[in-house]
Design a protein around this ligand. Structure first.
Ligand code: GP9
Ligand code: MN
Length: 438
């Protein structure tokens, strides 16, 4: 109902963080290129295996003076995995508690998503590129409801079976074949590239492997293969950047790179631990929470970059990007805050209710009864002081409230009752993704 919606609006307004004037609008009118790194975790950045970097190109980008890089950025997905990450980046609302929002609500819900916001404010054209079938995660429907002009799915790319592995097109071929469509997009554009090869079971034919990179030889084939596909993805990205520079698009674009979620999981962490300088016998749920770190980088030729330790997560991306593009986010119902704002809320809420702050890591944080770790040292805190208890209780309450309000908003489709100034709802029948592109 409207009164439920009003409570949610007052919650998000209270958390709203105004833009930092040093950054507001500095990327105005630039193309936006979002690169979704499948299953890519932060520990890969800088990691060497057999003396060689797994992802040399991303490592150089991470340290580049024109990249804002985040070392404490977390994924917040639930069972909707890729689709949850997409939903958070497009809308700054959480995925749902069970299953995938894309699948269960994406055909019917009213979205206030990036493509429509950018179109209405700055005349952007929007497109998604992905080498899997368009129906996966219900994307065909969801993208229309978000206002995407174009969706280049598997049908738009090579049908040769040698060009695919696992879920679809190999990343190098994907980027290479996307170029002919990207070149024709009306500028400024908002274009999202969802990679695929670095997805479990991390399959890569020997012909696609780089003979100068030798992967690990642990007892766990999943881990060994993960480094191979991550390395392949890194090379694919490097090739794409080469193209962007050659075509001149590079200087006209802001490039946003992020990892969607875990690639390896609990079963693998004890075997992985020594490779990333951790003690497998001393592995706690604090360490598991740390593994939710994924890369987040914003790169543009006019940006003054640096490696930032600001705590943030996927929910915070949209308001950050809007502000960089000179668009106010204040009137939208968003659960994240601009990472560059001095009032950015440094709290990350996981979909399972765990909460991270600069001081504490709350596990089982749905109530204030879970375990509390010291965020800096990873030590389990017992015998909390009254002050600590109060701080923890407040964090747990904030986490619970954010998720509950986001769930209410989405499960009850409440945005259909709210049309912010300057916004107009998407007309999904305007879009048709089958061979509509000349
Ligand atoms: C499928 C791809 C993978 O098209 O995006 O999704 P995931 O299994 O990671 O959720
Ligand atoms: Mn994924």
């Amino acid at each position: 109902s409207i009164s439920e919606l009003n409570k949610i609006i007052s919650f998000t307004r209270k958390n709203y963080a105004p833009a930092n004037s040093k950054y507001f609008g500095i990327e105005k009118n630039k193309n936006v290129i979002i690169i979704h790194l499948e299953s890519f975790q932060q520990f890969l950045i800088g990691l060497k295996i057999n003396g060689k970097e797994v992802t040399p190109f991303l490592n150089s980008l991470y340290k580049d003076k024109h990249t804002l890089s985040y070392s404490n950025f977390y994924h917040q997905v639930g069972l909707g995995r890729t689709s949850d990450a997409e939903n958070m980046l497009e809308t700054s609302t959480y995925g749902i508690s069970d299953g995938s929002l894309f699948t269960s609500l994406g055909s019917t819900n009213t979205f206030q998503a990036a493509p429509q916001i950018l179109r209405l404010n700055e005349g952007y054209t929007s497109a998604v590129f992905h080498g899997n079938v368009g129906s996966f995660w219900n994307r065909n429907d969801v993208y229309k409801n978000m206002g995407y002009n174009y969706f280049f799915d598997k049908d738009y790319f090579s049908q040769d079976s040698n060009d695919s592995s696992g879920y679809g097109l190999k990343d190098k071929i994907f980027f290479a074949e996307s170029v002919k469509y990207l070149e024709k997009l009306q500028q400024p554009f908002y274009a999202k590239f969802i990679t695929l090869t670095n997805h479990t079971p991390f399959e890569l034919s020997s012909a696609d492997q780089d003979s100068s990179f030798k992967t690990s030889s642990t007892s766990d084939a999943t881990i060994n293969n993960y480094f191979l596909t991550a390395h392949y993805l890194d090379q694919a990205l490097k090739e794409f950047f080469t193209y962007l520079k050659k075509s001149g698009l590079y200087d006209k674009s802001m490039i946003v790179i992020y990892g969607d979620h875990y690639g390896l999981s609990n079963e693998e962490y004890s075997t992985l631990a020594p490779l990333i300088g951790k003690d497998p016998n001393n592995w706690s749920s604090y360490n598991t929470a740390q593994m939710q770190k994924v890369p987040f980088m914003i790169h543009a030729s006019n940006l003054k970059g640096g490696i930032k330790s600001t705590l943030a997560g996927e929910i915070d991306v949209l308001p950050t990007l809007l502000h960089l593009l000179g668009i106010s986010s204040k009137q939208y119902v968003q659960f994240g805050t601009d990472i560059l704002s001095s009032e950015h809320k440094q709290v990350v809420v996981f979909r399972n209710g765990n909460v991270i702050s600069p001081k504490y890591v709350l596990i089982g944080g749905k109530t204030s009864k879970g375990n509390v770790y010291d965020a800096a040292s990873g030590k389990l805190l017992t015998n909390l002081t009254a002050k600590q208890k109060a701080a923890v209780k407040k964090l747990a309450a904030y986490g619970k409230k954010s998720l509950a309000y986001s769930d209410d908003l989405n499960n009850k489709n409440l945005l259909r009752y709210y049309t912010p100034k300057g916004f107009s709802p998407v007309i999904s029948s305007d879009y048709n993704y089958s061979n509509n592109y000349q």
